[in-house]
Ligand binder design. Structure first.
Ligand SMILES: [Zn+2]
Length: 294
């Protein structure tokens, strides 16, 4: 295990952050806008999101770099600013953390499907290597490969991320199949944990896709299938669309109520995905602090 991961998990559950996209939207990002470009145009507002999570108790925060890979950036005519968008994303989070939290830089899916031949494995490898190196040059504490639906793509991303020497978290979305316990391509938590462990990920996890209740069993199965720490970031339930925007009905307290169960099921890193906000992280912090008190 990477020494930093060892150090983080040795003191008990580690609190990560919540969603970024919805927080940026609350600060004026339009629904069709490309969030990562805000690292260059609105760094102050991106920094506010990062700082809000640190102040709510996040011990690990991510970066606004989820979509900053060549395949996705190309769609926004921003591919020439890839290195800058990634580096600024890390710098903004590091500055907001100011030594109070660790910064793990986010790497999301390319949005292109290997299975349909839309992209080749070599193109994915090159895109992830380029993004991982751009992020690493700004010195984050780690990298997070997240919201992955295709285990093959995730494995390529993990392999590229590992070339930086930074600790690598790898997490998949499990929200398909009749029990909502498979990736879009049909992989089980056991298959994912084994493949990502074999690819060398330091932490294995699940994020996004469904509400927190569904994550308890998935967490238990991931934990049983790997010797690596487990990372869980659930959504705040399933959204309903109100005026063209997703609205989440789960409250911070309801969400935080599941955290002890997740920890019991083997989660070492806990936070939230879509629909979760700094007040969700504050509720988790409060609950874990209360649990630690004598
Ligand atoms: Zn999400």
């Amino acid at each position: 295990m990477h020494p930093l991961v060892q150090q983080l998990v040795s003191r008990g559950p580690v609190i990560t952050d919540g969603a970024w996209g919805t927080e940026l939207q609350a600060r004026g990002l339009g629904l069709g806008d490309f969030p990562d470009a805000w690292n260059l145009t609105h760094p102050d507002r991106v920094g506010e999101v990062a700082r809000a999570y640190v102040e709510a108790g996040s011990q690990v925060i991510l970066t606004n770099t989820f979509g900053a890979n060549r395949l996705r950036l190309g769609e926004h005519a921003a591919a020439d600013r890839l290195a800058e968008i990634n580096a600024r994303g890390v710098e903004i989070s590091l500055q907001a953390a100011a030594g109070r939290a660790r910064v793990f830089a986010s790497i999301g899916p390319t949005g292109k499907l290997l299975m349909s031949g839309e992209v080749t494995a070599d193109e994915l490898r090159a895109a992830y290597a380029e993004q991982a190196q751009s992020l690493a040059q700004a010195h984050p504490d780690g990298l997070v490969v997240e919201t992955m639906s295709d285990l093959e793509e995730a494995t390529l991303a993990v392999t590229a991320a590992r070339q930086t020497g930074l600790p690598v978290v790898a997490c998949m979305v499990f929200d398909s199949g009749k029990d909502k316990d498979r990736t879009m391509m049909g992989a089980t938590p056991e298959q994912a944990a084994q493949a990502l462990t074999a690819a060398g990920a330091d932490v294995i996890g699940a994020n996004c896709g469904q509400g927190v209740a569904g994550f308890v069993a998935i967490c238990r199965r991931l934990h049983a299938s790997t010797d690596r720490p487990v990372w869980i970031k659930a959504n705040a339930g399933l959204p309903t669309m109100v005026d063209g925007r997703p609205k989440y009905s789960v409250t911070p307290e309801e969400f935080a109520g599941y955290i002890p169960e997740l920890i019991e099921a083997g989660a070492n890193f806990v936070g939230g995905c879509c629909g979760t906000r700094p007040d969700f992280i504050a509720a988790i912090t409060q609950r874990l602090t209360a649990a630690r008190a004598p």
